[in-house]
Design a protein around this ligand. Structure first.
Ligand code: HEC
Length: 118
């Protein structure tokens, strides 16, 4: 597990160094998309169906998807486009491919969005 994490970190490091400013912008956009499309189900706490269901099925540490280290951008995009059990899918007319990239960036690296705030 640690080795896999290390390999993933190594492979994203050159990208992160080169485009960190652009990434911060994307993550801020991703946060906007999350706040309009996802938060009413995925916000933290009771009253948010996705949070509640994930807490029940996977445990409270996995209930909040933003910042979870075990979700990859590819998996998140796949879930958003195809839906996932109780979750409805989103088409490209609802969330564009660029917004979906930004959204996946934000969920996997939420810190980049707060860095971008003035
Ligand atoms: C209508 C409510 C709803 C909305 C809106 C919604 N989701 Fe979900 N999502 C769910 C539910 C419920 C689950 C858990 C499904 C299950 O386990 O049955 C889920 C699961 C997921 C998972 C899988 C988590 C895992 O542990 O495998 C991801 C990733 C995810 N949602 C991302 C998103 C993103 C990104 C958005 C915004 C574009 C979004 N969801 C919008 C209800 C929603």
């Amino acid at each position: 597990m640690m080795r896999r994490v290390a390999i993933v970190m190594l492979s994203i490091l050159p990208l992160a160094v080169g485009v960190s400013a652009a990434q911060a912008g994307d993550a801020a956009r991703g946060q906007q998309v999350f706040d309009t499309r996802c938060v009413f189900c995925h916000g933290e706490g009771l009253g948010h169906p996705a949070w509640q269901l994930l807490a029940l099925k996977k445990g409270k540490d996995k209930a909040e998807i933003v910042g979870r280290s075990d979700l990859t951008p590819a998996y998140i995009k796949q879930v958003v486009r195809n839906g996932y059990i109780e979750m409805p899918p989103f088409r490209a007319s609802e969330i564009s491919n660029a917004d979906l990239d930004a959204l996946a960036d934000y969920i996997t690296h939420p810190g980049a969005a707060s860095d971008a705030k003035p």
